[in-house]
Design a protein. Structure first.
Length: 98
């Protein structure tokens, strides 16, 4: 009985090793994520600000658009955050222009 259990265990272990070894392709290399976006350059984003004002017929709203720019993505996004905290809304997120 002991020899049967031992041989079954050995066969099971061997089949597990063979199946995992054959699952990985030969000469496998991880996929390259591609070129990384540079941190520095010229980044631009756009925000919209609502300008309410009173007129003879009641309350009117006009919109003004502002272009935010920065030499880093972090600085550009920081400026967008400041505009949003002061009542603006983001129209275009920061993108690298050149």
């Amino acid at each position: 009985m002991k020899t049967i259990v031992r041989s079954l265990f050995t066969a099971l272990l061997a089949s597990a090793l063979v199946s995992t070894g054959s699952a990985a392709p030969i000469n496998w290399q991880p996929a390259d994520p591609g070129p990384r976006e540079p941190d520095f350059g010229y980044f631009e984003g756009r925000v919209r600000q609502i300008n309410p004002h009173m007129g003879p017929g009641g309350m009117y709203y006009t919109f003004s658009y502002h272009t935010v720019s920065g030499t880093t993505m972090a600085y550009c996004q920081q400026q967008l955050t400041i505009w949003v905290q002061n009542g603006g809304s983001v129209v275009e997120d920061c993108v690298r222009v050149y």
